[in-house]
Design a protein around this ligand. Structure first.
Ligand SMILES: [Fe+2]
Length: 262
């Protein structure tokens, strides 16, 4: 059993044998939903892959009762995801991937922030031409290790990959007022690039155009209250106003561009 309190400031543990998160006393919510290999097949380069049967695990909407009101007032939701290490066929284990819808009355979609609680990750960020989802305008790979915060900027779809040799435990803060969109990614069999064994990166031929992946590092974003090594569950309650970027991204585009290094 791996204790995750220091890294998350929450009473949670990783049971590596059972491949599950043990949620301790004082925490509520965290309903488990499991993505199976059948769910994942539509976005794999090889759709005949049958392992791992349970591909990854999402514990949605975790909260402490006494802090629930602050989360509600800020429309903020906190989730934890567990992604085993290993492969799906010759691809590194990854999430399905999705886009977020636009914030009402804007041309900007909702962002999100992830934190690596344990393990390491690659966050794939894909921006497509709004008029043509087969044309990729930018493809960034954000590398993150334990303690890092990875901001998913507006107008980018995202996929998480576990590229480490241990299970990846990550958390996210996200606005509670929208549902993710999976349709376009399903139609195109995933993102524009597949990340495979031995650092092989292979183009998804269903995309008409896609630039080569460019690599960036997850870094602290003080303006958003995000600091490497400081658990962001706690950071949120220290200064909820800094997390306003989750619901009003249109007011923070300069900071998002810095995150993206553009
Ligand atoms: Fe998301």
């Amino acid at each position: 059993m791996i204790e995750l309190f220091e890294n998350s400031k929450l009473p949670i543990k990783l049971d590596e044998e059972a491949m599950k998160i043990v949620i301790g006393e004082g925490l509520s919510g965290g309903e488990l939903s499991i993505r199976t290999i059948e769910d994942m097949q539509p976005v794999l380069s090889d759709d005949n892959v049958t392992e791992p049967k349970e591909s990854y695990f999402m514990y949605r909407d975790i909260f402490e009762v006494e802090k629930r009101q602050v989360m509600k007032e800020n429309f903020a939701r906190y989730d934890i995801t567990l992604i085993p290490n290993g492969f799906m066929g010759d691809e590194l284990i990854k999430t399905f991937g999705h886009y977020h819808p636009l914030v009402p009355k804007t041309e900007v979609s909702y962002p999100e922030v992830y934190e690596v609680i344990s393990g390491q990750a690659l966050y794939l960020l894909q921006k497509v031409d709004p008029a043509n989802p087969e044309k990729v305008l930018d493809f960034a790979v954000m590398e993150a290790k334990q303690g890092d915060k990875a901001v998913m900027p507006p107008n980018y779809g995202h996929v998480t990959i576990n590229n480490g040799s241990t299970p990846l435990v990550m958390s996210n803060w996200v606005d509670s007022r929208f549902e993710s969109e999976y349709g376009k990614i399903r139609e195109l069999k995933g993102f524009a690039w597949y990340f495979k064994k031995d650092r092989v990166v292979e183009k998804n031929k269903l995309y008409q155009e896609a630039p080569e992946p460019r690599y960036i590092k997850a870094e602290s974003v003080p303006k958003f209250g995000l600091k490497t090594g400081e658990p962001m569950y706690q950071s949120f309650f220290e200064e909820p106003s800094k997390f306003e970027f989750l619901g009003k991204p249109q007011e923070h585009m300069e900071t998002f561009n810095k995150v993206l290094k553009i």
